[in-house]
Design a protein around this ligand. Sequence first.
Ligand SMILES: [Zn+2]
Length: 278
Amino acid sequence: MKVMDSAFAQSFVKFADDGWNRGYHERNGGNLSYRIPTEEVEAVKEDLDFSRPFTDIGTDVPALAGEYFMVTGSGKYFSNILAAPRDNCCIIEVDSEGKKYRILWGLEKGGKPTSELPTHLMNHEVKKLATNGKSRLIYHCHPVNIIAMSCVLPLTDRDFTLALWQNMTECAIVFGEGVGVIPWMVCGGREIAVETAKKIAKYNVVVWAQHGLFCAGADFDETFGLAHTVEKSAEIYVKIYSMTGGKAPRQVITNENLKELQGLAEFFGAKISPEFMD
Ligand SMILES: [Zn+2]
């Protein structure tokens, strides 16, 4: 089968286009990677080229040795992915030591995988180990309202988690473990990758101050839905404080309400972390 005839590649492209249509990807902002299951790689193997040389990843990811990923390209625009996936995305293979990668498909007109590849792969490694292999996507985007919040709120996991939980009931169920926050750092390097990986071990959402979001998930719908839910709550937060002129709103979901919600969360197989409810 050709790569673009596969369900995973079509889901990848749709995901990227949904992100573009939501306004999360100005210019070449954002990146996406999918750890491809063995059977999905096997199904498209006739379309893969194993002749290209391996290149250093820039970090070690031994738990990802021999894994395959579909990844957006460095400097490529999400707005172009739907029309020309082969020019803007690639499939890579990680070598047997987890130190190098090579391109097997895509980036037909040249280019490299996303400049955030070290962060993506380190996050994939952490999530693969933490979820017994279930987590398969890492998504980075630049939504307006979460970035605006990061210019105003204290940059703590607690402040962001409560601010995002308090305005909309589904939030504590969708991201019941809360959200992690890291302060502004230079992106694209190993240092921000290490800090993000520490947070993503505990959460599925990490806010990069004055930059955007990193989200992890098991499938395309869940991962995009997570980013969308976080950003929607952030938009409500921004609207509330714009309406009140910066004053606290008259009513929000209280910690007591969150405790009452725990039963419903458990019904959906989720759990609201008690860490933030005291
Ligand atoms: Zn970015």
